[in-house]
Design a protein. Sequence first.
Length: 377
Amino acid sequence: MLIDDIKNPNKVVIFSTAPAIRVSLGDEFGFPKGEFVEGKMIALLRKLGADFVFDVTFGADMTIMEEANELLTRIQQNKNLPQFSSCCPAWVRLAETVYPEIIQNISTAKSPIAMQGVTIKTYFAKTKNINPENIVSVIITPCSSKKVEITRPEFNSAGKYFNKPNIRDNDYVLTTQELVDWAKQENINFNLLENSKFDNLLGKGSGAGMIFGKSGGVAEAVIRTVYYLVNNKEISNNSIKFENSPTIKNVKETSVVINNKLTLNIACICGVVALKNFIQQLKTSNKQYHFIEVMSCDGGCVGGGNLPKNENNKKEIIKSRTNSLLAEDLKNNVKFCYNNPEIKKAYENFFKKPLSDISKKLLHTTYTNRSVNISKK
């Protein structure tokens, strides 16, 4: 159990937190809905026994690096388009089970928490000279589907790298509500905690990584990076504007001119019903989509099922959390994943470059056709 690992002096316990946590955790401690409480969140995790606290926005930046380069490769080869996002494990499992025909279209890039875990147990472990078998990786997430994700058999890339099968990429997932309950059980006064900061090496994320927590954030982050990779200059944020689909609720779209040879057509989908309707429309549409972001929860991860919530005020709460993430993106001096100095170090010192052999082994994954598990009746 996690408590036993924390008490074990031989274990190095590392907590990593998803973007949506810092704009929802405060709800349970009397803060205004959606308030950004990152400093107190980090302090809470240290109080609970963390040896290191990292930011999953670092993992999000790695996902963008790999996913954007993968998308460009697919476009150049005109193969397996559109590319679907791979960050939401509930969506991935649904695709494997109900829509196996589009498995080849899902990005092979692992989700941010999966990239975070394997990077901790390889790059970080080697850099800090820590035995990876002693590392305990704990991820704080907005949904319980991440608990299932870390148990996927293929998510033991660190174990394969070190030829030690007992090493999993991540060991525990705690939802926000579980973190709240734990803090209350320990009688920790969240409001009185002094702000703390993330640890170095995997503690810095870009603004693009931060907005992964909201609907459209993954797509926008990918657009920013594709534009840079093609033009070697940064895109203006004002160039990326989504409009609601005129035909399908909870779907929004945009088209972004990358250069005179490429215009990206993007769609963002929230929820199973919207996904079903979009896929039906996709079968008969003449429009060429390049990238499709899918999130299972309303508003993206900021509407995660295990975040503090009030069903009577759900839309307003999701909006306040979204606005908080957008505000942090605007404040962040590093807007783009490729400018993140910690990402640069990780590639220079370990992963070499996106889609390199070692990147493919550690940061990419495969999917399984699970439709045979469904009754054909």
